[in-house]
Design a protein around this ligand. Structure first.
Ligand SMILES: Nc1ncnc2c1ncn2[C@@H]1O[C@H](COP(=O)(O)OP(=O)(O)OP(=O)(O)O)[C@@H](O)[C@H]1O
Ligand SMILES: [Mg+2]
Length: 258
């Protein structure tokens, strides 16, 4: 009676996260990749559905070094989603991640995967709060369509590494006022995150190629994964404490939001 569907065993076995935003270039693909890589480092098996006609994840998967624990399934058009989901399920993953195309006319096609959580990446400017509001309304419509609750959280991304600008406080406040959840971890702007798509492979591949700051990237990825798990009720709050960002990694701490 009124049970949280995330508590249902079948959902617990296969958490499904969709990255959706009404704006292109918000950081969806990067954040979905980072979630997948972080989950794999924690021992999970992830199926990713690439619902962007530009196929950025399919391209990443075609490069050498894709971890066996990540499969990528293309759904360039809305009608491809059911097949891609079937194919993804066939890999017996323990997480499904959907990356969508950024578009002002978002639509409800992401409901095809029945997400437990929708993440909307936002840049750290007050204007971005409008995107979050728009997205919250869309998630509300998706809940009506699926007749089940869908969690929704924003993720601040491409944060400047060194200074925490005033605009960050502005957007955090605006989201709070509007009751829109925000993950307690942000993702900083980092060359290593771009290089994943240039080199292919995982964080270890970056390390092997001598990419600068992979240690910090890894810490951020784990903190972010734990924040997502905690938000979904899959991790007790104290387990979700930051992967104890060492003092030598101040950028990861900068990424934590108060
Ligand atoms: N944390 C980050 N650090 C460095 N670069 C980033 C980061 N996040 C995103 N980028 C860069 O910003 C650009 C847009 O990011 P991304 O492709 O992840 O956004 P998107 O929301 O998926 O875009 P689209 O709507 O076009 O699919 C890319 O060039 C990406 O490499
Ligand atoms: Mg994208």
């Amino acid at each position: 009676m009124g049970a949280d569907p995330l508590r249902r065993p079948e959902v617990l076995r296969l958490p499904t996260v969709a990255f959706v935003s009404p704006k292109g270039g918000a950081g969806k693909t990067t954040a979905s990749m980072l979630l997948a890589l972080g989950l794999v480092e924690q021992g999970h098996k992830v199926a990713m559905i690439d619902a962007d006609p530009n196929k950025p994840l399919v391209h990443w998967a075609s490069l050498p070094g894709r971890p066996n624990a990540i499969s990528v399934h293309a759904a360039p058009f809305e009608m491809d989603l059911p097949d891609a989901l079937r194919e993804a399920n066939g890999k017996k993953p323990d997480w499904i991640i959907l990356d969508t195309e950024g578009s002002a006319r978002v639509g409800l096609s992401f409901t095809a995967v029945k997400p437990d959580l929708v993440i909307t990446p936002l840049a750290s400017s007050a204007l971005e709060a409008l995107q979050a509001l728009k997205m919250a309304e869309i998630v509300g419509n998706a809940e009506k369509k699926l007749r089940r609750p869908i969690k929704h959280a924003c993720l601040l991304t491409r944060l400047p590494a060194a200074v925490r600008p005033k605009s960050l406080k502005g957007i955090v406040e605006q989201l709070r006022i509007n009751n829109i959840a925000i993950l307690p971890t942000g993702i900083i702007e980092k060359e290593a995150f771009r290089m994943i798509f240039a080199l292919g492979g995982d964080l270890a591949t970056l390390e092997k190629n001598g990419v600068y700051g992979v240690g910090q990237a890894r810490t951020i990825a784990h903190t972010y994964v734990n924040a997502v798990k905690e938000f979904m009720g899959l991790l007790a709050p104290k387990e979700a404490e930051p992967a104890m960002a060492p003092a030598s990694q101040p950028q990861a701490i900068e990424g934590r939001l108060g």
